[in-house]
Design a protein around this ligand. Structure first.
Ligand SMILES: C[S@@+](CC[C@H](N)C(=O)[O-])C[C@H]1O[C@@H](n2cnc3c(N)ncnc32)[C@H](O)[C@@H]1O
Length: 247
């Protein structure tokens, strides 16, 4: 069955490139590498919502299994010689992999696109080893779409002021569709407050060990030719959890 991500796959993959877009290269890649046990070396890793597989290519010293519901993105992953196993599956339903000993599970910039987050976390619990590491990154729900948008007042435009973040609603979850920057077609996205994600993971049997609001630096914006005002607000919420046995 074709889904939104199959339709968006070619333009989305162009944005991601071989190593990730500027947010991944500046923010999520270093966070993930720095928070994986042994920086990922020799680790058995499950990447839920792996997209076109750039993380498997980045983590070349790990053994990565990528799972995604888009056959088109997985086709592009194979075309890009992505190493490791690539599995076509919905990450919110039981997945046809038998391994239950992954050292780490990564859900990178994906949970905001998933309706049934509890279902995805149940899969993490099934396939992670006891005491394993779960890394979740999402666009920061308070400062990025779909809840937050960049805006300027008329005066601000005339005076060429930086845009500000306009947020109409934060506490109430909602679903919508947006076109990601430079992607040709819209994909579904869900807004939930920051604490909602933490609570979901905690009630799924994961202990929060680290939480960071990742913002670009001046060096990053120069390197990737992005506007300087982006350094004022965190772009990504990144969290590391440890699996634990609930009593
Ligand atoms: C924003 S992309 C992120 C992809 C990749 N993690 C990355 O960082 O480039 C979101 C991905 O989640 C996948 N996805 C969304 N809902 C899914 C689901 N229920 N099951 C499996 N994959 C899903 C999409 O196909 C897409 O590849």
């Amino acid at each position: 069955m074709v889904n939104d991500w199959d339709i968006a796959a070619v333009s989305y993959s162009r944005v991601i490139g071989d190593q990730g877009d500027y947010l991944r290269q500046s923010l999520t890649n270093p966070y993930i590498l720095g928070n994986l046990p042994n920086n990922g070396r020799g680790q058995k890793i499950l990447d839920l919502g792996c997209g076109e597989g750039y993380l498997s290519r980045l983590l070349k010293d790990s053994r990565v299994t990528g799972v995604d519901a888009s056959s088109e993105l997985l086709r592009i992953a194979r075309d890009r010689n992505t190493p490791g196993e690539l599995v076509l599956a919905d990450i919110t339903q039981p997945i046809a992999i038998t391994d239950t000993d992954f050292d780490a599970v990564i859900i990178n910039t994906t949970l905001q696109d998933v309706e049934d987050v509890a279902g995805a976390l149940r899969n993490v619990k099934t396939h992670i080893r006891p005491g394993g590491t779960l890394i979740i990154t999402i666009p920061h729900p308070a400062f990025r779409r779909p809840a937050a948008n960049w805006a300027k007042t008329v005066i601000g435009k005339l005076l060429r002021r930086d845009p500000f973040v306009r947020i109409d609603s934060y506490t109430q979850p909602f679903a919508t569709k947006i076109k990601l920057t430079n992607v040709d077609s819209p994909t579904a996205v869900y807004h939930r407050p920051l604490s909602w994600y933490v609570e979901q993971a905690q009630s799924g049997g994961f202990r929060l060990d680290n939480i960071k609001e990742l913002a670009l630096t001046e060096q990053d914006v120069k390197k990737f030719n992005q506007p300087l005002f982006l350094i004022k607000f965190p772009a990504v919420l990144a969290m590391r959890f440890t699996e634990y046995e609930k009593n």
